[in-house]
Write a protein that binds this ligand. Structure first.
Ligand SMILES: Nc1nc2c(ncn2[C@@H]2O[C@H](COP(=O)(O)OP(=O)(O)O)[C@@H](O)[C@H]2O)c(=O)[nH]1
Ligand SMILES: [Mg+2]
Length: 248
């Protein structure tokens, strides 16, 4: 893939944009986090003089996330909001973000403030040589049980789909937009990251990995370790494995 994320040359007198990027944030009940998460990303992208859009995917939140997101979008034309009428799941939220992304590069991170968007710009250089940067969490800020479960999940998924990824669910990933061309995704839950990378590798896309810092949640409730979320991921894992094997 050739496009490295450079923006189209601009007409007019303003300084040309260095980079064209869509950034999206899956959010479920993140009323206390969404504002700061978006503001930090905007500050970094403005400094980069990027041609950018910020997309908040509100996945049927029952708190004030939807209203706050709409207010941010009203005040800033670079911000778009997608609302799901009900809580459809992390995978559907990522699918919505990807569909809405129209710039040359696509980046996503969680809307819960557990990552630092200032660590995104160093990834841009890697797009000269790779189609995807998939990050891994340095010093993951979760309990030892959660870290162990996450490690086992990464190993299992990599074994089933022939991937070599250190931290499959790390929500700090950068893609060339063409990676998603003609890619049909079916995972509605946490398996989505693995599905994207598996389909991308099958298309011949190249992946590199680098570490990013991870921060404790300071507000809102973590749902990533809920039993419902885990069971859904396992159900979808079996389904995807069958689907991919039958497509060989
Ligand atoms: N779209 C969507 N996002 C969710 C859902 N549950 C959690 N999220 C978002 O996904 C991100 C990660 O969730 P979190 O609970 O922090 O899980 P963890 O980071 O894996 O511990 C956060 O931005 C959440 O708002 C969900 O059901 N749907
Ligand atoms: Mg989180």
């Amino acid at each position: 893939m050739t496009n490295q994320g450079q923006a189209e040359p601009q007409t007019g007198s303003s300084r040309p944009h260095a980079i064209s990027i869509s950034v999206f944030f899956p959010c479920y009940n993140e009323e206390d986090n969404v504002g700061t998460t978006v503001a930090k990303a905007r500050e970094v992208l403005d400094r980069l003089n990027a041609d950018y859009e910020l997309i908040i995917v509100d996945d049927g939140s029952s708190d004030d996330t939807a209203r706050i997101a709409d207010t941010i979008a009203t005040e800033d034309p670079a911000v778009k909001v997608i609302h799901h009428p009900t809580n459809l799941g992390y995978g559907v939220a990522l699918q919505s973000g990807i569909r809405a992304a129209h710039k040359n590069l696509v980046f996503y991170t969680d809307g819960d403030g557990q990552f630092d968007f200032a660590e995104m710009p160093p990834l841009l250089d890697l797009m000269r040589h790779y189609d995807i940067v998939s990050c891994y969490r340095l010093d993951r800020q979760d309990s030892i049980v959660r870290r162990f479960n996450g490690w086992c999940w990464t190993k299992l998924v990599c074994l089933m789909f022939g991937l070599k990824i250190r931290d499959i669910d790390c929500a700090f990933k950068l893609y060339k937009r063409e990676v998603f061309d003609n890619m049909e995704l079916c995972s509605t839950g946490a398996l989505i990251a693995a599905e994207i990378l598996t389909r991308a590798v099958r298309k011949g896309c190249t992946i590199t990995q680098t570490g990013v810092h991870h921060f404790p949640r300071t507000a809102g409730r973590q749902t990533g370790a809920d039993l419902r979320v885990i069971l859904r991921a396992f159900r979808e894992l079996i389904k995807l494995r069958k689907k991919i094997s039958s497509a060989k």
